[in-house]
Write a protein that binds this ligand. Structure first.
Ligand SMILES: C[S@@+](CC[C@H](N)C(=O)[O-])C[C@H]1O[C@@H](n2cnc3c(N)ncnc32)[C@H](O)[C@@H]1O
Length: 539
């Protein structure tokens, strides 16, 4: 993969210039919001009302404000998002027939909104998992939580959700243990895989039961931790709920893997529901996916596939791919390699090429210091919610689970630092050159095949949504992945590897101007498209 363009270099594309002009406002805001929320979750105890006259309570480990009436919550779920979407529609459809346009707008609008709502569910699960992790670290127990009876007394909507979840899961378990038992036949309709609605108390129970019967029932236990899910299942009308439950069905494996990847202890609250005995819950789940220790919570342990049973950790050449946070430099791997001509005259050879020299010709953009500084790299603390996912012939890729604003720095591309002549791993290797030098003045390579982080799984697109950029921060030269445009929820993140990478490979990105289509100008597919000459494009 080619060396990244320099931040602010004149060679950056229009998109990247636009990105550069957008400071990572939303990213920074997001970071503080998330920290704030996770810090606030579970702080509320019985009768406590933090935040002035606002009333909060915990339920399944998550926090919700209960002063909001149903209408307000409904608005939060859909109407606010519709407003944003209708602005887009107005731009697009000014010349279109009004009736036709408005009917199409409804379809697009609900699709757009449902993704945003789904993103909120992932965000809730993340928040609860983070709160559980910090509680566990501080040795706090679960005993200060409100009991279900107390919750039901405060908020009837929550009572309905807890009843629905509990009843539905009990029904599924009873059926699994003995389909012929009176208990099962009373609550579980054998044969067509649906649940008898007459046995349940109202639409919330029925919705819970349908979810539990359509999917692995553990999914319902997981979703119950999301306040957005609780609101949606309680408040949305049949049509809107149908849209949401379809999206939940499409993302069932993803949600399950997300919960497990973030070590969400989803079963602890279910155990508190009468009749659910502890041994059933974790063991049943672990049949599919062994749980991970919580010593290192990072979300890219699993590759999401269409079936839960196919979910697997990422591998390269038969070896598991190990997650690291910073580059690994070993002087020994440089000693038998000649010093490259572009190696800076004032840098000893060999030495770690990612380490900033003292004094550095490139001051830190945050502190202005020419000496190595201790400035924080924000992408270490704010990483976007993403998942690894199987993308057919492209292999593993990265899918966004939240909206990412243009300009946001998503993470650092890290791996093993090798000499410039290194050619063992052509798949995950990125050229490294010093900031301020030409990108073809390669002084090292960063190989992420065995050791790396999630950024190594970002696939290539000829119309990429991110780019590699060079930054110097915290005493290190770093290659980061930066969004060049807004990236929508559930979109695949992509980056441009450079033309050279595709000389002997076929790109499957499917973009209109894809490098691999342009390589075959005589074929029907290539006809009429731009002709490609390696290294430059003739329009
Ligand atoms: C840096 S890795 C990306 C992660 C990789 N997909 C995996 O499964 O680990 C680069 C490799 O991914 C695959 N790949 C990435 N983008 C692709 C694309 N647009 N078309 C086809 N294959 C792609 C190619 O096999 C490429 O050598």
């Amino acid at each position: 993969m080619k060396s990244p363009p320099r931040s602010g270099s004149s060679g950056s594309s229009t998109a990247s210039k636009k990105a550069a002009s957008h400071p990572t406002d939303s990213g920074v805001k997001k970071q503080s919001a998330r920290t704030e929320t996770s810090g606030g979750v579970c702080k509320a105890t019985k009768g406590e009302i933090p935040g002035g006259d606002k009333k909060w309570q915990t339920f399944f480990g998550s926090t919700r404000e209960i002063s909001a009436d149903d209408e307000t919550v409904r608005a939060q779920l859909f109407d606010v998002l519709k407003e944003e979407d209708s602005k887009k529609e107005a731009d697009k459809s000014s010349s279109e027939d009004a009736d036709a346009s408005s009917s199409r707008a409804v379809g697009r609008c609900s699709k757009y909104n449902v993704n945003r709502l789904m993103a909120q569910i992932y965000q809730d699960l993340y928040t609860v998992a983070a709160a559980q992790a910090s509680k566990a670290a501080s040795g706090e127990t679960q005993t200060d939580r409100l009991s279900l009876e107390e919750l039901g007394g405060i908020d009837p909507a929550l009572r309905k959700v807890s009843d629905g979840v509990g009843t539905a899961i009990k029904a599924v378990l009873a059926y699994q243990r003995n389909p012929a038992s009176p208990e099962s036949s009373r609550i579980w309709q054998h044969g067509d895989n649906t649940v008898r609605s007459s046995s349940f108390d109202g639409p919330v129970c029925e919705r819970c039961s349908k979810l539990a019967s359509r999917h692995d029932w553990t999914l319902l236990g997981i979703l119950a931790h999301s306040v957005t899910f609780q609101d949606a299942i309680t408040l949305l009308d049949a049509e809107a709920w149908n849209v949401i439950s379809t999206s939940i069905a499409e993302n069932a494996v993803s949600l399950t893997v997300f919960a497990q990847g973030h070590s969400l202890e989803w079963w602890t609250e279910l155990i508190r529901l009468n009749g659910l005995s502890p041994p059933f819950l974790p063991q049943d789940f672990e049949r599919h996916l062994p749980s991970e220790p919580r010593d290192e919570v990072h979300p890219h342990k699993w590759v999401v596939t269409d079936n839960l049973s196919d979910v697997h950790p990422p591998h390269f050449e038969g070896e598991p791919q190990i997650n690291i946070h910073t580059n690994i430099y070993r002087a020994a791997s440089f000693t038998n390699s000649p010093r490259p001509p572009s190696w800076p005259a004032d840098r000893p050879y060999p030495s770690d090429p990612t380490r900033v020299r003292d004094p550095s010709p490139h001051p830190c953009p945050t502190s202005g210091s020419h000496a190595p500084c201790a400035c924080l790299f924000h992408a270490r603390t704010w990483h976007p919610l993403t998942e690894l996912r199987a993308y057919g012939p492209k292999g593993v890729g990265v899918r966004a689970l939240e909206r990412i604003p243009a300009g946001a720095i998503l993470g650092e591309y890290v791996g093993e630092v090798h000499p410039a002549a290194y050619a063992v791993d052509p798949t995950y290797t990125l050229d490294f050159s010093e900031p301020g030098r030409r990108t073809d003045e390669v002084i090292a390579k960063i190989s992420a095949g065995r050791f790396g982080n999630w950024t190594r799984f970002v696939n290539h697109s000829c119309e990429a949504s991110t780019r590699f950029a060079s930054v110097t921060l915290g005493g290190r030269h770093r290659t980061v992945v930066q969004a060049v445009r807004d990236i929508e929820v559930f979109e695949e993140l992509t980056v441009d590897y450079g033309v050279g990478y595709w000389r002997d490979r076929v790109c499957e990105c499917g973009a209109e101007g894809c490098v691999s289509r342009m390589k075959r100008p005589e074929t029907e597919e290539g006809e009429g498209r731009r002709r490609w000459v390696w290294g430059s494009c003739c329009l």
